[in-house]
Design a binder for this molecule. Sequence first.
Ligand code: ATP
Ligand code: MG
Length: 488
Amino acid sequence: MAFLAVILPLVITVVGGFFVLLEVETYNDAVERLEMKLDRTLASNSVMLARAVWERNEALIASQAVPALIDPDLIGIFITDRAGRTLAEFGARETPLGKSITGEAPIRYDAGADLQEAGRLELVMTDAGIRASARSRTLVLIAFAILLSVAIVFAAQAAFDLVIGRPLKELQKAIDSTRLGAPREEVQWSGADEVARVIEAFNRMQRRHTAYENALDEARIDLEQRVEERTVELKRARDEARAANRAKSAFLANMSHELRTPLNAIIGFAEVLKNQKFGPLGDERYSSYAEIVRTSGTHLLDLINDLLDLSRAEAGGLIPADSTLAVDAQIRRAIDMSRTEIDASGLTVRVAVDADVPPLRADARLILQLLSNLITNAVKFTRSDGTITIGAAVDDRRSVSLFVADTGIGIPEDQIDKVLEPFTQLDTRLHREHRGAGLGLPLCRAIAQAHGGQILIESTFGEGTRVTVILPPWRALPPADDTPPTEA
Ligand SMILES: Nc1ncnc2c1ncn2[C@@H]1O[C@H](COP(=O)(O)OP(=O)(O)OP(=O)(O)O)[C@@H](O)[C@H]1O
Ligand SMILES: [Mg+2]
């Protein structure tokens, strides 16, 4: 349709223009012929009328001039004498049907000696005849032009369809058939024109795309295969790691049991020896050695317990028991466990438990272990003139926090995160004086997390440290609950 909209006005303009030019040319030719006819008529009539005009014989003039008016192109005959006076007038100078063409010639009479001017002849012709035949011819031409235009347009449309329309349709079919994963179609078309070259370029593009897609498909399949292989490998590695971890936990559990049994015997008998239960040991040194055996054994037992709990926590097996415990009593119990070290250190120990701190639903043994570890650290890393404060507080959300604060050597700010990693000890001169296994704080964190809580260490190097364990609100029992605390 767009093609017709362009071609139709163009064809009509060209054909119409051609016929208009032809018509103008034909009209000009006809007018030229009319002028020549006017000249000839003037020449013959001026000779014919010469005697009648010389003699001024009006009847003769009329009889000779009027028959000329039979010619439909001639509309007026005007004759004047030598002096320019009108001798005769036939017809008119103007006609409403067309344009007038006027010609004039002298009338000369041969009066004997030579030719004498007798008067002038003026003839008026009209182009009405030319116009009339032009009009009828124009109608025929318009009909012909319309027919010709329609024929040209249809011929052009047919040619367009043949040369461009069909290959374009084929091209469109091939483009429409493009689907993901389907082979790319080529267009079957031969020729040497521009359309054929475009189609050949399109076919080349289709072949290239097919090659790319095939390569892409292969790469995808290869990738999927590799991902699958890697997943299998990873699963195997994960299973092996889990199995190894389980084996490690089982080993630790068994070993710690095996270690604890003889250790308990060693500690127990060292105590019996030290207390000289079955009679005096004799030398004073035996009882001091027995005391060393007991404290070393206790320390070893603590270490084994920490190690066991930490490995349980790492394997996700540290599940706190649900007992009810009074915070104040638990703190005092933890202090008592370190009584010997505290007394030996000469430190001031304060307990600061807020009055509104509720009883907790927590694992009494683990909380005791946690507090004891924190107190041991505070005692270890604080000089004898220092103070240790062990306390508890509750906030608006009923989240209970337990804390141990000291005025000891502190922890450099950039190393605070490090001390929560297992087997880590700080390497400053003051810290090096006290060696440990580096299990205390990691275990405290594991215990806090097992209770759904978290641990927060605030410290200023050289001034002191405050370690806070924040337990979630659901660990706090309701204030109205006045059931007596049970402890595991
Ligand atoms: N209150 C504290 N003041 C200063 N430094 C501390 C304090 N508590 C812990 N640290 C530093 O953090 C390190 C790790 O503490 P953690 O309790 O984990 O191990 P440890 O006390 O060395 O050994 P373990 O507790 O197993 O006997 C300590 O070695 C010490 O360098
Ligand atoms: Mg410690």
